[in-house]
Write a protein of this length. Structure first.
Lengths: 257, 89
């Protein structure tokens, strides 16, 4: 089972053995649960060398969630607490964290790898994204009530692809996502001159077919022009590679891209 | 042949001969339906190709198809080429 925090960014799996308990508590798969934001996520803390601070942050968050929201929600942070705890041990003892995981895996097969995966996801989220406010994705009803064109909160639309390149192609060749975000924020680019993103409904969720533009507008925090399509052209189906319901997208920054 | 029909044809590919027929339609598609291609220059096409190959596990999973992406078929090769036309690489 998985729990997704309201921001939509941090996806953490609870352990399989807790599924029954979670069911008793009324939690459902991919259910949105309260999530305490006590301290800002920070690249510095996510760094291995500062795992003690990360452990402190995660433990604080873990305790706060337990006290504030109950037993069910504390699982949201459990993986992160254990992972950063191991990071702290690693920092103090000099033993590589991966070795600690291997030891754990040898002692209890399945446990080490699961915790490692959860910790890796938590650290990935910390190092790559800024936690935004609560995400309110567009519902099918909202979509039906939209006009054919207009502007909309970019954070209400899902990505269809799982990743995009950091660089734009034509007509913004050699420009990066960050260049475009900066230009939008500075007013150097007039949003009304940019081709609207196409939005479509697929299996009860609303996605864009123009992922890079959606990402830049999300980062700039500016409403994005959209065009609503009645259906998805078959060749556009190939874009639906997201494996997280379009909640987040990976930015590929390869040297050759 | 429309873009939708080309995708349907690709889904029916079972042999190298089918793939060769597909390639003829594919080239024609670029000439006739170029406005439906989003990656029309070589660089963006190659990035699209690269992007999709890296993400195709998710595509087939979302489609409910169990495929071995490490052993591509002629059908899968055709689908990779179709994806390269539009995928944001």
């Amino acid at each position: 089972m998985s729990l997704v925090d309201p921001s939509g960014w941090v996806v953490q799996e609870t352990f399989g053995g807790f599924s029954d308990l979670a069911a008793i508590l009324g939690l459902k798969e991919h259910q949105t649960v309260p999530y305490a934001t006590l301290t800002p996520y920070n690249n510095y803390w996510a760094n291995e060398g500062h795992s003690i601070l990360a452990a402190g942050e995660n433990t604080l968050r873990f305790g706060f969630n337990l006290l504030s929201y109950g037993v069910g929600e504390m699982f949201n942070d459990l993986g992160g607490v254990i992972d950063s705890g191991l990071g702290a041990i690693s920092y103090v003892t000099g033993i590589e964290k991966r070795e600690l995981y291997r030891t754990m895996e040898a002692m209890a097969p399945g446990v080490g790898s699961r915790i490692g995966r959860i910790g890796a996801r938590a650290n990935l989220a910390k190092s790559q994204v800024v936690i935004p406010n609560k995400r309110n994705f567009l519902s099918v009803e909202d979509f039906a009530n939209l006009p054919k064109t207009g502007t909309i909160d970019p954070k209400s639309i899902r990505f269809s692809q799982d990743s995009i390149n950091y660089k734009f192609s034509e007509p913004f060749e050699n420009q990066t996502v960050d260049d475009f975000v900066k230009a939008l924020k500075n007013g150097d680019v007039d949003p009304s001159t940019i081709t609207p993103i196409r939005i479509v409904e697929r299996e009860g969720k609303i996605f864009t077919l123009d992922n890079r533009r959606l990402h830049t507008y999300q980062e700039a925090g500016i409403d994005i022009p959209f065009q609503k399509l009645d259906g998805i052209p078959k060749r556009q189906q190939f874009k639906f590679s997201t494996e997280n319901d379009g909640v987040e997208i990976l930015i590929r920054r390869g040297k050759n891209k | 042949m429309t873009g939708d029909e080309l995708v349907e044809f690709a889904e029916s590919i079972k042999s190298r001969d089918d793939f060769l027929k597909f390639m003829r339609f594919y080239v024609e598609d670029f000439q006739v339906n170029k406005d439906e291609w989003e990656n029309t220059d070589l660089a963006s096409y190659l990035f699209g190709l690269n992007g999709f190959v890296g993400s195709m596990d998710g595509y087939y999973k979302n489609k409910g198809e169990q495929v071995d992406v490490d052993h591509p078929s002629w059908k899968m090769l055709a689908e990779v080429l179709l994806a390269a036309c539009v995928f944001e690489g």
